[in-house]
Design a protein around this ligand. Structure first.
Ligand SMILES: C[S@@+](CC[C@H](N)C(=O)[O-])C[C@H]1O[C@@H](n2cnc3c(N)ncnc32)[C@H](O)[C@@H]1O
Length: 220
């Protein structure tokens, strides 16, 4: 009975969704995530980023954008000190995680940004780390995916100008395209060190890449 249901459901999937599900089932990071009760294999991307760039060092106030289903939050909660405040934002509702503040909504909306501003004011200082794994719904056209994710990245950068603390770090997911380098150069003017990084947990045939910007320079 169960098998028939599974096959029927699979038949409803598009070819690319079915391929993604098959690959996911075989993938080592998906298996590891399941074994370690992580909500998604994406946690291993942040784990690699943090191992290489130490972005969570001494973090006390962290914002995770595009946080659903919550594996980056789960990973962060496991490595930061218990007094670190973690905030996750997503369009979708994230199932609650103890001691993590969840905001459901569009990060680019005035409403969500006002909520975040209020949290920063209450904290009395900016974030130590802002990370974004936000991804727009993708189409088969790489250039459109690139433009859409760059709009989100731009919103994160503008937000960081105001609400990332002195010497704070930024991690942003991008889909590579013709404006990636331009964005990199803009971040270089505002941070001491900027790098591109493709974690091995990121599928090699995807254009996904992360930009890591460390030590925000404070304008005098
Ligand atoms: C790849 S998933 C994030 C996975 C997550 N880092 C984890 O570890 O579980 C990308 C997420 O970005 C969210 N997203 C896309 N655009 C957004 C926006 N404007 N505001 C908030 N979230 C957004 C999507 O809803 C989606 O859940």
């Amino acid at each position: 009975m169960k098998i028939i249901k599974k096959v029927k459901n699979k038949a409803k999937l598009t070819n690319s969704s079915a391929r993604w599900l098959d690959r996911n089932a075989r993938d080592k990071y998906s298996k590891l995530a399941k074994q370690n009760n992580l909500r998604s294999r994406a946690a291993y991307k942040l784990e690699e980023i943090n191992r290489k760039f130490n972005v969570l060092k001494n973090a006390k106030f962290v914002l995770d954008l595009g946080a659903y289903p919550g594996s980056w939050l789960q990973y962060m909660k496991g490595v930061v000190k218990s007094d670190c405040q973690l905030i996750g934002v997503d369009l979708k509702l994230i199932e609650s995680i103890e001691r993590v503040k969840i905001i459901q909504g569009d990060f680019t909306s005035a409403e969500v940004q006002a909520k975040l501003e209020e949290i920063v004011l209450r904290n009395g200082g900016g974030f130590d780390l802002i990370c974004s794994d936000m991804a727009p719904s993708t189409s088969g056209t790489r250039s459109i995916n690139h433009i859409n994710i760059m709009n989100l990245a731009e919103a994160v950068f503008l937000f960081s100008e105001e609400f990332l603390g002195e010497r704070g770090n930024l991690v942003i997911k991008l889909f590579e395209g013709n404006t990636t380098k331009l964005f990199f150069n803009r971040l270089k003017e505002r941070f001491s060190k900027v790098s591109f990084f493709k974690p091995s947990a990121s599928y090699s045939d995807s254009s996904e890449i992360f930009i890591i910007a460390k030590d925000k320079i404070v304008s005098k």
